[in-house]
Design a protein around this ligand. Structure first.
Ligand code: PMP
Length: 343
């Protein structure tokens, strides 16, 4: 068992957190004269700082106890909070596997944390012989594992991830932003077995709520306590909590959308495979496809001229475009545009 208190930065462990009006009285009924709000209007009251109603709805859908869920203003806030809880600026390190989601590195830089980037192997899997010796470093505090990985699209081998969690003395964050697009199982059940594991998920992708900005950390209550200790008091707005609750109530519709996207992903992959410009399609567990082409930058620019925007990832994977699966008409427009390139 990892002693979480020992891993936490001294100043955070000793911090006296801000106590908001809604921390001190959380009842719903009463004459509220405690938070200097305007007594008139519909959005005049501060939101529930702990988003209890929303967590209860998420808990029922995911089968995860409410007390194991922390909600951030997008997963990007959760990433930043992980650095602030566990890493001492200027001395500590974090580790990622490249190429991967860019915010781990940016958030590390903002917090003055050195990042070790271990390149994925030729199959875009974790290079275990390279990573295992690095885990002994006492100043290494955090490891980010994005699975399914952005931008490669694949899940990493489960046994490799579990080996890292069980070997590492620090915190492992598994980013499952795209987990609803794959049949492969989530790591959330393992948060009971491993006290150093945080699983991140988001409502931005499969749930269709990127504008609402809600990301989740699923972990044990010792770590949840620290997220709550340092987060901004009212980090999720009332409007966003309500929007998320409304969408979660239409679960069937969302499931239908996810199935449609997965079906379209397979149709689009097959069509992309037939193009003259295609050199390789990488297998994907996400709602996007990494496509190696003859000239990523040239093709990207020509698509932009046709008002079709994909992501040029040639700087991280040579000559690759990352294509998000759209609606059938959008995907067809993309394929027709790509068909006009000779090679
Ligand atoms: N993780 C991954 C792997 C992502 O690709 C993204 C967004 N592109 C995020 C996290 C950020 O998600 P959110 O909208 O919840 O901040």
């Amino acid at each position: 068992m990892t002693d979480i208190d020992k891993l936490v930065r001294n100043n955070v462990r000793n911090l006296a957190p801000y106590s908001s009006a809604r921390d001190e009285f959380s009842g719903k009924e009463g004459i509220f004269l405690d938070a200097n709000e305007n007594p008139y209007g519909n959005l005049n009251r501060y939101p529930d700082p702990y988003q209890r109603e929303l967590k209860s709805a998420i808990s029922k859908i995911k089968g995860i106890p409410e007390e194991k869920i922390f909600l951030g203003n997008g997963s990007d806030e959760v990433i930043d909070l992980c650095f602030r809880i566990f890493c001492n600026p200027g001395t500590d390190k974090a580790l990622t596997f490249s190429p991967t989601y860019g915010m781990y590195e940016v958030s590390a830089a903002i917090n003055d944390i050195k990042i070790i980037k271990v390149p994925l192997n030729g199959s875009f899997q974790i290079d275990m012989p390279v990573v295992l010796p690095l885990l002994d470093d006492e100043t290494l505090k955090l490891i980010f594992i994005c699975s399914p990985n952005n931008p490669t699209g694949n899940c990493f081998n489960r046994a490799d991830i579990e080996k890292i969690i069980s070997t590492f003395h620090g915190i492992v964050v598994i980013d499952e932003a795209y987990i609803d697009f794959t049949e492969k199982p989530s790591f959330t059940p393992l948060t009971s077995a491993y006290s150093n594991l945080i699983v991140m998920q988001t409502l931005s992708k499969a749930m269709g709520l990127a504008a609402v900005r809600i990301g989740m950390a699923i972990t044990n209550t010792d770590i949840i306590k620290y997220f709550n200790k340092i987060k901004p008091p009212y980090n999720i707005s009332t409007i966003n909590q309500r929007a998320a609750l409304k969408m979660l109530a239409t679960k069937g519709e969302n499931k239908r959308q996810i199935n449609l996207i997965i079906r379209e992903r397979d149709i689009l992959s097959a069509k992309l495979l037939d193009l003259k410009i295609t050199k390789k399609i990488f297998p994907t567990d996400a709602n996007f496809i990494l496509l190696e082409v003859t000239d990523a930058t040239g093709i990207y620019s020509s698509l932009v001229e046709k008002n079709i925007i994909v992501r040029n990832r040639t700087s991280v994977v040579n000559n690759c475009l990352r294509i998000t699966v759209g609606k059938p008409l959008e995907n067809n427009a993309l394929v027709s545009a790509l068909n006009s390139f000779e090679q």
